[in-house]
Design a protein around this ligand. Structure first.
Ligand SMILES: [Zn+2]
Length: 321
């Protein structure tokens, strides 16, 4: 090929690749308790960047251990805080075992946790904030993994995993480490005294993907001033994953206020519903999920297990919603 022609062809090719990357979408796949439904224990979401980087957020109990075939390759694991329904003190026997209401989470993941077992098997990085990284480093090392795979992203900073920037933001919750993860005489004494291990504050996350999409993951939280000043004011997410279950976190009314008045994303994925929210993939009347959908002024996407949703850079769901 003549040099000029080759230069033109290369120029055309790089323009095509650049526009393909820019137009590329972020895929979000819920790994819940029952295929096609939203169930009480569901927390886990897999985010896939257009560059192929795959990040698991709050594995919890519905990911059936590291051998769950739905996981595929996992590069990074996020844990918002140490409670058993997020870290994973136990997990499903297999995908879809038990029912939506009563999942069979009879497999103990103690003392490691579901998150650590998945990190070990997938050789994934565990990215956490606050005082949590030393816990994960210790667990990885004790099980023959690399403690350097536990990475700190403390408030205000960020780390890159592939093309994804990961930052942590405050969550107003609690974050005690159950003595079951500590074990031995110390664990027993702590259990008897009713005290938990200190691992710093609970966190939320802000992920910025290579196509420009910014996503706020609330973690377990109440209403916080930072949702306005820090999350919206600085990071400006166009998509949010928001806890709506009430009792332990914001309920539907409070969560709707966070979305409508504080974070103001273009769309939101409801999470941590702590109820049987759907039947045959449709939101059930009288549920907290229905109340949240009605109270929010932007599109609410219901994360049905196994159903991949694709989002463009502006937070618009372009497929699977
Ligand atoms: Zn929780």
């Amino acid at each position: 090929m003549k040099p000029l022609l080759r230069a033109l062809a290369l120029g055309w090719l790089s323009t095509m690749i650049a526009s393909a990357v820019f137009a590329a979408e972020v895929k979000v796949t819920p790994l819940g308790g029952q295929e096609g439904e939203l169930c009480p224990q569901d927390r886990a979401l897999v985010f896939e960047d257009p560059d192929g980087t795959r990040i698991l957020y709050d594995a919890g109990r519905t990911v059936a251990g590291p051998d769950d075939p739905r996981l595929g390759r996992i590069d990074g694991i996020l844990v918002s805080h140490m409670h058993g329904d997020h870290l994973g003190n136990a997990h499903n026997k297999a995908p879809d075992s038990g029912s939506c209401d009563k999942p069979d989470v009879s497999v103990s993941a103690l003392p490691n946790s579901n998150s650590v077992n998945i990190a070990l098997a997938k050789k994934a990085k565990v990215v956490t904030g606050s005082e949590m990284p030393p816990f994960f480093a210790g667990k990885l090392a004790a099980a023959g993994g690399d403690p350097k795979d536990s990475i700190l992203a403390r408030f205000g900073g960020n780390v890159m995993l592939g093309g994804v920037s990961i930052a942590t933001v405050p969550a107003f919750h609690s974050n005690g480490l159950d003595p079951d993860y500590i074990g031995g005489e110390l664990g027993k004494s702590m259990k008897a005294a009713g005290i938990a291990g200190y691992v710093g504050e609970a966190t939320g996350y802000v992920l910025t993907f290579s196509n420009g999409l910014v996503v706020y993951l609330s973690g377990d939280t109440g209403i916080t001033a930072e949702q306005d000043l820090v999350v919206r004011g600085h990071y400006k997410p166009s998509l949010a994953v928001m806890n709506i279950g009430g009792g332990f976190t914001t309920g539907p009314k409070e969560a709707a206020y966070v979305i409508n008045d504080l974070v103001k994303p273009k769309a939101v994925i409801a999470s941590h519903v702590n109820e049987v929210a759907t039947r045959e993939g449709k939101v059930l009347p009288g549920t907290k999920t229905e109340a949240f959908v009605k109270a929010v002024s932007v599109p609410v996407h219901v994360p049905l297990s196994g159903r991949t949703m694709s989002f463009d850079s502006a937070g618009k769901c372009v497929a699977g919603c």
